[in-house]
Design a binder for this molecule. Structure first.
Ligand SMILES: Cc1cc2nc3c(=O)[nH]c(=O)nc-3n(C[C@H](O)[C@H](O)[C@H](O)COP(=O)(O)OP(=O)(O)OC[C@H]3O[C@@H](n4cnc5c(N)ncnc54)[C@H](O)[C@@H]3O)c2cc1C
Length: 380
């Protein structure tokens, strides 16, 4: 079987390893970026994703023996140290940026997340894919014309090319993508040093709106932070000197963000290079047709605050592999994958749209309730 995969992120590399391990397929992954250019800071993974990673990092890949598989990070072997077990007690704070009191509460969450640097995760999967015999072509920015050519020359074409998927747009008439844009904007930044737990902060800037931070550790020494501001702050953050060449947040812009959160992040500074971006939630009515399948963000782009996107991408790759087992033909397997994947994604898409709309409406809620009651809602 000849399998061509567009995109060497978590979804594409996982699928490559799985198709080599289960079917000894001839697998080529086409990636736009150059090797070692994986963007992004850290991501938090769910326990089932660690479990699946344990299998992906072993050569040859073998599927879980029972469903659902045993959940543990024991299978990660020498890679276990790259993952940071995030404390379940999370810090949540709220206040007003004009000098009012900042209130802090804690909340314990049931799920044990593990933080990992996205580049480290992609490196690990790249190494495992190569050992499994996957061919990876870097610097290959796939156009619509090439998508058609690759589909004709392959038994199976997999679009694992992320939120702006060209495979999805090439076959929009078959996948029926639907998109909704957030009104708020976000920036993905580093937070100095290590923190132990998720830290969520909500600060109201008088007369302007709400700015929030979600910070989490992604290694023993480093942390990531997503800063989101409500629409009312757009003019302020686009003001004179707040951004520089190509729209990146300037030092002045970073200082303004740090001032807002100075009382809440234990003196740690937010830094790094990011633009303000508006999240677009795209999801497709179908996950596969004929000999083409979509995986990960290309199929359904999950909101960053849900903390599921990478875990879901890895899970979808595993579901695709498993639906091809049991002597099914490619066609039968893809039909089952289409149904299963669409069904699994439904809950995640509903959670994405709910979280996105909730965040868009948080400034009004905060204004109406004040920090104390708002925080009580968040930690209930
Ligand atoms: C701010 C932020 C925070 C997040 N935090 C978390 C988190 O804590 N936990 C979590 O689970 N998820 C998180 N996510 C989501 C997560 O990053 C994605 O869901 C995940 O990366 C999806 O994996 P993927 O392989 O489908 O796509 P991607 O990781 O986007 O990989 C797609 C690959 O395809 C390549 N590509 C794109 N177009 C082409 C083309 N035309 N030709 C060739 N190659 C192409 C890209 O270069 C890329 O390497 C976050 C996302 C954001 C934006």
């Amino acid at each position: 079987m000849k399998v061509t995969i567009v995109g060497a992120g978590s979804a594409g590399l996982s699928a490559g390893i799985i198709f080599r391990g289960l079917f000894d397929a001839d697998v080529t992954v086409l990636e736009r970026a150059n090797e070692g250019e994986a963007p992004g800071l850290g991501v938090a993974l769910l326990p089932f994703a660690l479990d699946e990673l344990g299998r992906l990092l072993k050569n040859p890949y073998r599927p879980p023996q029972r469903a659902p598989g045993p959940i543990s990070s024991a299978g990660l072997g020498p890679h276990a140290d790259t993952f940071f077990a995030i404390d379940r007690v999370m810090r949540v704070f709220a206040g007003q940026s004009n000098g009012g009191e900042v209130i802090e509460r804690t909340r314990t969450q049931g799920i044990q997340y593990a933080g990992v640097k996205r580049a480290a995760l992609v490196d690990m999967l790249t190494g495992a894919a190569r050992s499994a015999g996957v061919k990876i072509e870097y610097g290959a920015d796939i156009s619509e014309a090439r998508v058609h050519g690759e589909r004709e020359g392959s038994d199976l074409l997999i679009g694992a090319d992320g939120a702006g998927s060209v495979v999805r747009s090439t076959f929009a008439a078959q996948f029926h993508p639907v998109a909704e844009d957030a009104k708020s904007r976000f920036a993905w930044l580093d937070l100095e040093g290590r923190i132990e737990q998720f830290t969520f902060g909500y600060m109201y800037v008088a007369g302007r709106g709400l700015i929030r931070v979600s910070a989490y550790p992604h290694s023993k020494t480093e942390s990531s932070a997503i800063v989101t501001h409500s629409m009312g702050l757009t003019k302020f953050f686009d003001g004179e000197g707040m951004t520089e060449g190509e729209g990146f947040i300037s030092d002045q812009g970073l200082r303004a963000i740090n001032e807002v959160f100075s009382a809440c992040l234990g003196g740690r500074k937010l830094g790094g290079r990011s633009r303000w971006r508006r999240f677009r939630a795209t999801h497709c009515q179908r996950a596969a047709f004929d000999n083409v399948a979509l995986l990960g963000d290309a199929h359904a782009t999950l909101f960053y605050e849900t903390g599921w996107g990478t875990s879901a991408a890895i899970q979808e790759a595993s579901v695709l592999g498993q639906t091809m087992l049991k002597g099914r033909s490619l066609q039968e397997g893809l039909e089952i994958f289409d149904r299963k994947s669409t069904e699994i994604a439904q809950g995640a898409i509903a959670a994405t749209l709910k979280a996105m709309r909730q965040i868009d409406g948080q400034a009004a809620k905060f204004y109406q309730l004040g920090p104390e009651k708002f925080l009580a809602l968040k930690t209930a």
